[in-house]
Write a protein that binds this ligand. Structure first.
Ligand code: ADP
Ligand code: MG
Length: 259
């Protein structure tokens, strides 16, 4: 199973929106996808229509060793897309994990033990570089970084890249950066264009060619418990995520075979 962490310690940059819609686009192209919600806010769970009362088994139990992935995963309304949900309990996990000797490897171990039921797993991270994000980076082999096209976009990038280096040195040599996805891009705004140029100057070809436009349909969809790709599959945001999924598949040879 290919494992992709979606991380950026900044909040509100489009991590969850990217996780939900990329997962849906990959599922629609025939991949069996597991979405793991690893943010105590549970926005990815809500966004694919899994209500709070359907979250009895969640990533919290998985991280603490009380449940395995196979039992925590549940189907969603999207064919080919399963979810391991998150609850607010997860906010306590940072502290509880800190007590454990293998605290950075809990998710990795759980994924190693998961059945061969999925081709790809996407992990939606919380807006911090704490143990939840570390677990995602240790458990993943790829990192996708959503970057919002605003003035402070690159601020925080160097800290994130230092964390990636640290994870590589200490825990997971296999972690590679899959790419940087520009989000909330506004063609009419010169700033967006300039930020995109700046980001390309710093991380070069890591930037995906498809920018995700600012599109109100993407922000409306979660309140209907639906990925934008299902809520309105022809809106510019959905089209961008379909194109982004194509780029992701291009960058991951193993996924081309799976498709
Ligand atoms: P994060 O998970 O990084 O905190 P979210 O994906 O939750 O970020 O996005 C933050 C807010 O911005 C949400 O309300 C979301 O609906 C909205 N949003 C995200 N991407 C877009 C976009 N491309 N266009 C419009 N709104 C967006
Ligand atoms: Mg989020």
């Amino acid at each position: 199973m290919i494992r992709i962490a979606i991380a950026n310690q900044k909040g509100g940059v489009g991590k969850t929106t990217t996780a939900i819609n990329l997962a849906t686009a990959l599922a629609a192209s025939g991949h069996r996808v597991l979405l793991i919600d690893s943010d105590p806010q549970g926005n990815a769970s809500t966004g694919v229509g899994v209500e709070r009362d359907a979250r009895a088994r969640s990533i919290y139990e998985v991280l603490l060793g009380d449940c395995d992935i196979a039992h925590a995963a549940r189907p969603t309304r999207v064919p080919n897309l399963d979810l391991v949900p998150a609850t607010q309990d997860l906010s306590a996990a940072e502290l509880e994990l800190a007590e454990l000797p293998d605290r950075a490897h809990r998710l990795d171990q759980a994924l190693d033990a998961a059945p061969d039921r999925w081709d790809v797993c996407l992990i939606d991270c919380p807006p911090s570089l704490g143990l939840l994000t570390i677990n995602a980076l240790v458990g993943a082999n790829n990192l996708l970084i959503p970057l919002q096209c605003e003035f402070f976009a690159l601020e925080g990038m160097s800290q994130l890249l230092r964390t990636v280096d640290l994870v590589r040195e200490r825990f997971n040599r296999d972690l590679s950066i899959l790419g940087v996805a520009l989000t909330m891009y506004d063609r009419r705004n010169r700033l967006s264009e300039q930020v995109a140029d700046d980001v390309r100057a710093v991380v070069g070809k890591l930037v995906f060619e498809t920018p995700v436009p600012r599109n109100v349909r993407l922000s409306e969809a979660p309140s209907h418990g639906l990925p934008a790709l299902i809520y309105d599959h022809r809106c510019p945001g959905s089209e961008a995520y379909i194109a982004l999924a194509r780029e992701v598949i291009e960058r991951l040879p193993a996924m081309r075979i799976a498709a």
